[in-house]
Design a protein around this ligand. Structure first.
Ligand code: MN
Length: 268
């Protein structure tokens, strides 16, 4: 891999004006050439999207710190796809998404535009990681520590590489560098969502629904992303795109599949 002067594609899901994106792009300039292509608005929790039924627009803009960027009306994963398909100079050696405002742990990974943007990099054959700042219990929204860690990790990933189909999901506590306990390699934990359905009526009397409630918490199981963050550690989780439940393969094979034709007739 060309690690002399690597080319890094940077995106986020909080939108092109988010301070976390500017901090990330600035920090990664110390590692290599940086190209930014990001959504033109906040696309948090947009999941893994491929926009196929309308055109995608791309415009030149600047980040909050003045760095040049491209912005698109597509989703974060669209932004990565656009970049890898030629809207930024090729080749791209690394995709980095973030720095998200808010942790992405447990099942957040499936909702997160930040993590799914990194997934899009991996699907495109490029090593990738996502970085999020856990701002939940802190008034601090200083991205410097997370940005510096992202630059260090970019260097490590370019050096070591990642297996095909694997990305890293990184979460950084919103603490001063001196208050961070260290780095833990973790597994995906379990979020506890506290969503509440809010029902209201629009001016014409028609109901509408809004998902409200308190922010999610999580199960404090040792070794998980959520536990590490709660204990003040930077969490690094290897995530694979192979969703197969290997533990069930054997048991599932023992189901009576050979009777499918006869049995299916009975269910018509
Ligand atoms: Mn976000």
């Amino acid at each position: 891999m060309n690690t002399d002067y690597p080319h890094i594609l940077v995106t986020n899901d909080d939108g092109v004006l988010a301070p976390g994106l500017a901090a990330l792009a600035e920090a990664l300039k110390a590692v290599g050439r940086v190209s930014v292509i990001a959504p033109d608005r906040n696309r948090s929790a947009s999941g893994h999207v491929k926009t196929l039924h309308r055109p995608l627009r791309v415009d030149e803009t600047c980040l909050a710190n003045g760095l040049p960027a491209l912005m698109t009306d597509g989703a974060p994963s669209d932004a990565v796809a656009l970049g890898l398909m030629g809207l930024v100079p090729q080749p791209v050696h690394l995709v980095v998404a973030g720095i998200n405002r808010g942790a992405n742990v447990g099942h957040d990974l499936t909702y997160s535009g930040t993590v799914t943007a990194a997934m899009e990099g991996v699907i495109g054959g490029v090593p990738a990681f996502a970085v999020s700042l856990d701002v939940r219990a802190s008034a601090s929204e200083d991205y410097d520590v997370a940005a510096a860690f992202a630059a260090y990790l970019a260097h490590l990933v370019l050096d070591h590489g990642l297996p095909p189909g694997v990305l890293l999901n990184v979460n950084v506590p919103a603490r001063a560098s001196t208050d961070i306990q260290g780095v833990k390699v973790t597994r995906m934990g379990i979020r506890v969502y506290r969503d509440v359905l809010v029902t209201r009526k629009d001016p014409s009397g028609r109901p509408y629904y809004w998902i409200g409630g308190d922010p999610p918490t999580g199960i404090l199981a040792e070794g998980t992303d959520f536990a590490a963050l709660t204990q003040g550690f930077i969490s690094v989780t290897p995530v694979q795109m192979d969703f197969t439940a290997y533990g069930l393969l054997g048991a599932l094979e023992s189901w009576p599949w050979d009777r499918w034709r006869a049995e299916s007739d009975a269910w018509k």
